[in-house]
Ligand binder design. Structure first.
Ligand code: 7RM
Length: 634
């Protein structure tokens, strides 16, 4: 794919993209394989919202990810699989092998009755089969719903039932550092109440003993073996759903963010090529999990659309020790390394002795994603991993945006620690105040919105379009609202400061405070709770829960443990509160709204700056909440 090569290129391409967006995107879309060309590039309305890109175009995304490369690149490595255990051998998967595997699996899905438009849940660890699963769905026009392997049975069940999945792809278990994690047992528990699921396909990874329910559970390897390694692609409309990915918001249950096929393909491929400046012999490694949007866009789809070679890593940054990432970089001569600030901070804290043994000379570009990167971590990453020779691309985007919207282009855009810098061509950010008035000029701060559609923008929240409208398109009329706060510096560079809604970002994972609160409230002793985020050295934000117990005096470790177990069971380990405080009351306004601003200040230990407390119903609760903090001196 042709990419921007200089700052002047970027500026002229940006200008074209704003002045003639349809012409701009059409030229990019033309670099792909389409069955039928579109009749109209864009049809949009941010009020409903209805957004259609490449109207009436038809295509199959896997043909673009795989088939298209076979004439020249059949033997090129698509994926290098690096297992959890360093002693287990690496697996090289060529584009031809990828084709064969995806086709066989797609044939199995067809045999199981999966048809175009049907939903398939993927609940798997980071192994190549998870990616085969996504692509096998796309091959036949089925819609994948990947659920992160760390979610609990309850969370998995909710997601399966929201989109009525027919089949679940899973494994017996997962290797994660020195732990083995059950996967099939969790699926079994979830499926007790999932009437839509007819089959599961189980890939044996850990070879642990699992229960296989006759007539429902099938062995992956056995099923795949007997299938031909060819499967005709099913051509779908550009606006046919490609996948659903659940993400947390400020209220209620997680939303199923829906992405469609044509626009998602065009935007993810374009953004990957431009942001990373990937060249044909480079080795790219994104350390995310396919359970998150970063894994969807920048492990599965975009690298393949660019015929790239990428590393798939099963393990964790700290096993067998905190040098694992750097060992893998050296082992596979990784040129492009893309990770999250939380990992950088954790590895920085582990000490330079874990970096020293490795050369890291293959690296050309470093990336960051998922949360604001603090200057300290940025500088450490640049100096110790990039040896001050690799540009850092701090990429800002969201599940809902499908691809990177604000980021430096590697080696082209001047970088600045803590800043995602400039919008990609085609992206029109705007800052607004709380009333929705545009904040113009530089050296300003406001709520980050986008005023024009890009091809991979969210189309709907599955089964509830009104929620999509309310959440993203109603706060500020005519704008897509990101939920993030943002600064624009004197040169027009953007710095994303974090969420302005009730979403917490823990180690780059989005956690809805409302979800954690409703889990806590399920405890029979808990009357009400308020959950907020507080600054955490490694995780970015930690989870702080204030709970009102019916037994006022009880602030016991037993109760806290029960509450943590409850959250673990309802959502999963990523949502476990770091701190729980049992309180007698919560600071509420006269209209009954919890004043989270005050609770945040208290959790930060900033008791002197609680701000205006005059609207509180009962101001005395504040002193009671602060009191134990003063005692513990924390
Ligand atoms: C890709 C992803 C989205 C939220 C988003 C932000 C935060 C992500 C950055 C960032 C500052 C960044 N999708 N966020 N990237 N904040 N700088 N480079 O993370 O849907 O899981 O989360 O993450 O608050 O709204 S996500």
């Amino acid at each position: 794919m042709k990419t921007v090569k200089s700052l002047a290129d970027y500026q002229s391409e940006y200008q074209t993209s704003v002045e003639q967006p349809e012409k701009f995107w059409e030229k990019i879309a033309d670099q792909f394989l389409w069955k039928n060309r579109w009749s109209k590039v864009l049809d949009w309305n941010f009020t409903e919202p209805t957004i259609q890109w490449f109207v009436n175009g038809t295509l199959n995304i896997t043909e673009n990810c795989i088939d298209r490369h076979l004439s020249k690149n059949a033997h090129k490595t698509a994926f290098i699989f690096e297992p959890n255990e360093p002693s287990e051998s690496t697996q090289n998967i060529s584009y031809q092998t990828l084709y064969d595997e995806v086709c066989r699996l797609a044939n199995v899905l067809k045999k199981l009755g999966v048809e175009k438009g049907d939903r398939v849940c993927i609940y798997m660890p980071m192994i190549p089969e998870a990616i085969y699963g996504m692509l096998a769905c796309a091959r036949i026009g089925a819609v994948h719903s990947v659920v992160f392997g760390g979610f609990s049975a309850q969370a998995l069940k909710d997601r399966i039932n929201d989109s009525l999945c027919k089949v679940v792809l899973t494994t017996d278990g997962a290797f994660r550092g020195n732990k083995k994690i059950p996967m099939k047992a969790t699926v079994d528990e979830a499926l007790i109440e999932c009437p839509s699921v007819k089959y599961t396909l189980v890939f044996n990874r850990t070879n642990d003993t699992i229960k296989m329910q006759e007539g429902r559970d099938l062995n992956w390897k056995t099923e795949v073996q007997s299938q031909p390694d060819h499967c005709e692609p099913v051509y779908v409309d550009a606006e046919h759903p490609l996948f659903i990915l659940y993400t947390s918001g400020s209220t209620g249950k997680p939303k199923g963010v829906l992405h469609t096929t044509g626009g998602y393909m065009v935007y993810t491929a374009y953004s990957f090529a431009n942001v990373f400046q990937y060249q044909p012999n480079d080795i790219y490694w994104c350390t995310a999990d396919v359970g998150w949007i970063t894994g969807h866009s920048y492990i599965t789809y975009a690298p393949l659309l660019n015929a790239a070679t990428s590393v798939i890593f099963e393990g964790i940054p700290t096993y067998p020790d905190a040098g694992r990432f750097w060992q893998v970089v050296d082992k596979h001569h990784v040129t492009h390394f893309y990770t999250a600030p939380t990992a950088i901070r954790a590895l920085e804290a582990a000490g330079l002795e874990f970096v020293k043994p490795y050369k890291l000379t293959s690296l050309k570009v470093l990336g960051s994603v998922g949360e604001p990167i603090n200057e300290e971590a940025w500088n450490w990453y640049s100096a110790n991993i990039g040896k001050n020779k690799c540009p850092i691309v701090d990429t800002w985007w969201q599940t809902e945006t499908g691809g990177i919207l604000i980021s430096p282009l590697a080696g082209i855009t001047p970088t600045k620690p803590g800043f995602a810098t400039l919008p990609l061509p085609g992206i029109q950010p705007i800052l607004v105040d709380d009333k929705g008035n545009e904040i113009t000029g530089n050296n300003v701060e406001g709520n980050l919105c986008i005023k024009f559609p890009w091809p991979s923008i969210i189309r709907t929240t599955y089964g509830d379009h009104e929620r999509c409208k309310q959440t993203y398109f109603s706060t500020y009329k005519g704008l897509y609202f990101t939920g993030d706060g943002c600064k624009r510096d004197e040169n027009g560079n953007y710095r994303i400061t974090g969420r302005v809604d009730d979403v917490i970002n823990v180690s780059g994972h989005r956690i809805g405070t409302a979800e954690v609160e409703s889990a806590l409230n399920m405890h029979e002793d808990i009357v009400e709770s308020a959950v907020i985020g507080y600054p955490h050295e490694i995780k970015g934000q930690g989870i702080y829960a204030y709970c009102i117990s019916i037994n006022e005096h009880i602030n016991s470790d037993d109760l806290k443990k029960e509450l943590i177990d409850l959250v673990n069971k309802q959502i999963g380990p990523i949502a476990k509160p770091d701190k729980i405080q049992i309180v007698r009351g919560l600071p509420k306004t006269r209209s009954g709204k919890i004043m989270r601003r005050i609770l945040r200040k208290i959790a930060e230990g900033d008791f002197a700056n609680l701000g205006d407390t005059s609207t509180l119903l009962d101001p005395t609760v504040i002193n009671e909440i602060i009191e134990p903090h003063l005692k513990n001196n924390n």
